[in-house]
Design a binder for this molecule. Structure first.
Ligand SMILES: Cc1ncc(COP(=O)(O)O)c(C=O)c1O
Length: 459
């Protein structure tokens, strides 16, 4: 007999360990049972707008039978076989070629199962590349505060938020953090300098301080996700690219969130005409229907892999690299994105969302920063005092209360609680709905936020 909702919750609390686990957040877990488009439904039959596409990944929306059919067809033929060197599969070959073509700035692809594995692969590949080129001392990785790159030990060490480190330290050595390009809170720009110029200068200073002969790569999300949906100024990434090239530091673009039409383009580095040496991807590649991720690399990196002696090979691997069923689902997912022009819808609905948030909150006394405009990736950062950017005290619990109020009104999304006094980020609400979201749903998202802010802050 099927368990009741109450029995399921009890079993969950007893036996299931969740990501970021703590019972304080699991007193009344939500159990979701189905989804269609940008809507999800819980076990009690209540429906919600999915304001974060699951976890920034269900780009084509929920309930796509076509993806289930693609998985079933591949499973019936050959669900899995090894992709280790000397063995291959048609979906993996086809997907690698398709991704190279879509990206237009890379030459080869290695598959992993998710974002952290993708970034692990990126860090090891950067080290490998410099060793292959006779520069074995180039091993350090420069990353940024507020960056989120996953939480395996190396990815966690790149992630620039201390809360993820605290109970797992020491971190892997060789990861260095600098300020990110955070126009609202950046500290230390010189007179006449844009925040983009100042943040890029910090990168160059860090490379010189550490010693260019010791630095393998710089990693950055084109637009931050979990750290606050922080948009850079438009001059930042072109400068980053120049600095990395000048000092022989590889540029790793972590496009785990920003890839696959999220920002209105296949990949976000295109907004600034910047070419990474390594691009990490995951999430949207399958819209979360099955786990898949990986790295795309330039011809120079592929050539290095192809030219070393067999005993110096790129000795990196996962059982599920190039998993045939996951790759078949990714191909069908990309077909949907192309056929339905979801990049265009993301750009259009993203502009509507950003405009809606600006119209609703542009003059609000507690909204410090409204971020958005590049596809369906937006945020609202709240402060106690707009003039000084003073944050609300943590014990007012503004972010979690907003999240609860939005939920009551039929929208699920994620918020981030204030991280301390300025310049730490304030309470922030995130928006990344599925790319199929409609104009009416976007308007409702803004309206729900307006009502929730009024309920929590009284204004
Ligand atoms: C930008 C970015 N990189 C990496 C990751 C890690 O991905 P995963 O959770 O699949 O390991 C995430 C996850 O949210 C992410 O947002």
């Amino acid at each position: 007999m099927a368990l009741t909702a109450a029995e399921l919750i009890k079993a969950d609390q007893e036996h299931l360990i969740h990501p970021l686990h703590h019972p304080v957040d699991n007193a009344e877990p939500m159990i979701y049972v189905r989804g269609r488009g940008a809507t999800i439904e819980d076990i009690g039959g209540r429906q919600y707008i999915d304001g974060l596409s699951g976890l920034w990944n269900v780009n084509v929306g929920h309930g796509r039978a076509e993806l289930a059919d693609a998985a079933a067809a591949q499973m019936k033929d050959l669900a899995y076989f090894s992709g280790y060197v000397g063995s291959s599969s048609i979906p993996a070959i086809t997907l690698a070629s398709r991704l190279v073509e879509l990206a237009g700035d890379v030459h080869a692809v290695f598959f992993a199962s998710g974002g952290a594995e993708a970034n692990e692969s990126a860090f090891k590949t950067a080290r490998f590349y410099w060793k292959a080129l006779g520069k074995p001392g180039k091993v350090k990785i420069i990353a940024r505060q507020q960056g989120y790159h996953g939480v395996t030990l190396q990815a966690m060490s790149a992630t620039g938020m201390a809360a993820y480190w605290k109970m797992f330290e020491p971190r892997v050595p060789g990861f260095v953090h600098i300020q990110t390009c955070y126009p609202y809170r950046f500290q230390g720009a010189r007179p006449g300098e844009t925040v983009g110029q100042a943040a890029a200068r910090e990168l160059e200073e860090a490379i010189l301080r550490e010693g260019p002969d010791t630095v393998a790569a710089f990693i950055a999300e084109p637009i931050h996700g979990g750290g606050g949906v922080i948009y850079p100024t438009d001059d930042y990434f072109p400068l980053v690219r120049q600095i990395c090239t000048k000092h022989e530091v590889l540029f790793i673009a972590d496009e785990v969130i920003t890839g696959f039409c999220r920002t209105g383009r296949w990949f976000a580095t295109g907004h600034w005409n910047v070419r990474p040496d390594i691009r990490a991807f995951a999430k949207g590649v399958t819209s979360g229907y099955l786990p898949l991720g990986g790295i795309m690399v330039t011809r120079a990196i592929k050539d290095a892999m192809d030219s070393v002696k067999p005993e110096d090979r790129w000795m990196h691997a996962y059982t599920y690299s190039g998993h045939p069923t996951c790759c078949a689902v990714a191909l069908a997912n990309i077909d949907i994105m192309e056929r339905e022009r979801l990049g265009e819808n993301a750009a259009k609905m993203g502009a509507r969302l950003h405009d809606g948030l600006r119209a609703a909150f542009g003059d609000h006394p507690h909204v410090g920063d409204i971020r958005g405009g590049k596809g369906l990736l937006a945020a609202l950062e709240l402060v106690e005092d707009r003039a000084t950017k003073k944050n609300f005290p943590a014990d007012r619990k503004v972010a979690p209360r907003l999240q609860a109020e939005m939920m009551k009104r039929g929208m699920v999304t994620r918020t981030r609680a204030v991280g301390g006094p300025h310049p730490a980020p304030g309470d922030t609400v995130y928006y990344a709905p599925p790319l199929v979201v409609t104009a009416a749903e976007v308007d409702r998202i803004v309206e729900i936020t307006r009502e929730a802010v009024r309920a929590v802050l009284g204004a």
